[in-house]
Design a protein. Structure first.
Length: 132
């Protein structure tokens, strides 16, 4: 998925540093990108998409910088970096991706809160409700 590819692109190393620097340049606090965890489904998706949405401008700017810096270099590593960044940039700059990301973030922001509420055992015990 695109979100996983973005995480893998910026999770460490020089691309992580580039993202941090770009956030500084844009006067934005960097929301650390996280990976989806199946054991914490609702909250995991919630943080994945919300953090990508918060860092969206910086992510696009970084991908543009990576494309530009690797465009004219002829090593295999540079061509691969150029290709990966171009592919991601084309995926994230579509209206469909932006709407999907924003809608998913909004839905899971509320759903994650509901899941946290339902997982609080004391809430149901204090109310005298037994759910079987």
């Amino acid at each position: 998925s695109t979100c996983k590819d973005l995480y893998n692109k910026f999770k460490w190393g020089k691309n992580y540093e580039l993202l941090a620097e770009t956030c500084d340049e844009l006067d934005k606090a960097m929301a650390k990108l996280v990976i989806f965890q199946t054991t914490r489904f609702a909250n995991s998706i919630r943080f994945v998409v919300i953090n990508i949405r918060l860092d969206y401008e910086a992510i696009v700017t970084c991908l543009q910088k990576i494309v530009e810096s690797n465009k004219h270099l002829n090593t295999a590593q540079n061509r691969q970096s150029f290709s990966e960044a171009t592919k991601l940039l084309n995926q994230v700059r579509t209206k469909k991706f932006c709407l999907h990301l924003s809608g998913t973030a909004d839905i899971y922001d509320q759903f994650g809160v509901l899941v946290n509420f339902c997982q609080d055992v004391n809430i149901f015990l204090m109310k005298g409700v037994l759910i079987l």
